[in-house]
Ligand binder design. Sequence first.
Ligand code: MRU
Length: 343
Amino acid sequence: MTNEIVQALIWKDNALSVLDQRQLPSVTHYDDYSDAQGVAEAITSMRVRGAPAIGIAAAYGVVLSLQQHYGKTSEWRDIVAKDIEALAQSRPTAVNLFWALDKMKSVIAQESANLLTAAVDCAITIHLEDKAANRTMGEFGADIIANAKGILTHCNTGSLATGGYGTALGVIRSVYARHSVNIYADETRPWLQGARLTVWELSQDGIPSTLIADSAAAWLMKSGAIDWVVVGADRIASNGDAANKIGTYSLAVLAKQHGVQMMVVAPTSTIDWSLENGNTIEIECRDPLELLPQSYDTQDSLVSAWNPVFDVTPAELIDAIVTERGVVLNPSKHTNGIASLRA
Ligand code: MRU
């Protein structure tokens, strides 16, 4: 039942297949990539999305660049560096992207005799370790949520957003495997990751869920139907402030008001130890036309749109941060923030 069958990224025959998430749930279509620039475009255009999945795709992108250029010209280092830069520019907020690129850069810097093999191994390890981390987090999170009757989640944090199983959705899968629980998913405007991806992904695994409009969250909490909000993260600062899909901060404020608990689930590759707090996390603002009805897209239109796609939830509003290295309860109450999770 909880054997997730959806795969966002498949590495096969030295090429990367990417499930085009923009077409879900009506069309399940994979595109094959053999160069890094294509992978960078797939990330920017959100064919692949979700912090860990973006990092994994970028790691495979570096492998593709090496396959194309390593040893074929004396300029290969410069060409690969340009490809890495294109991958780094693909989206700004999820730190997993930069974490994965740093890992690939250190493999290249070692210049081993078997550089291609070392690079493939590193990318596959990033992929498999993420999947394993999700399984571990699933159990840690489910231990805490033990008796919940209702859980609300936001965006998509499942197999589609990760190496497999999922972060927040992994915890929800693990809770569901232990006992029955009502799972609610926000539709997650404007990209509808909840409506198009989360409820679809759960149904692929035979797990029932209930979709709500984002604006119904307060009323749902007021009804007493949920005990926990469980979300992922794109970047977590050292004090526990967590950037995640726009609307997460609203949920945290609502949760506080209604006595609902707030859990953030993310692998340690999502923690940006260089940041003291979340104030300087770059928040991606996407094209207003992703939000604006087309009829307003005229030269003399008086209507514009502001389209930030992430927000930052302050640590004070978070009850638990769950990672594969362990859990920090009430991160704002620790003088060292989430330092206990540092390797
Ligand atoms: O814009 P997206 O779809 O890439 O945003 C994804 C999210 O915000 C997820 O909640 C986050 O990446 C955690 S996914 C495990």
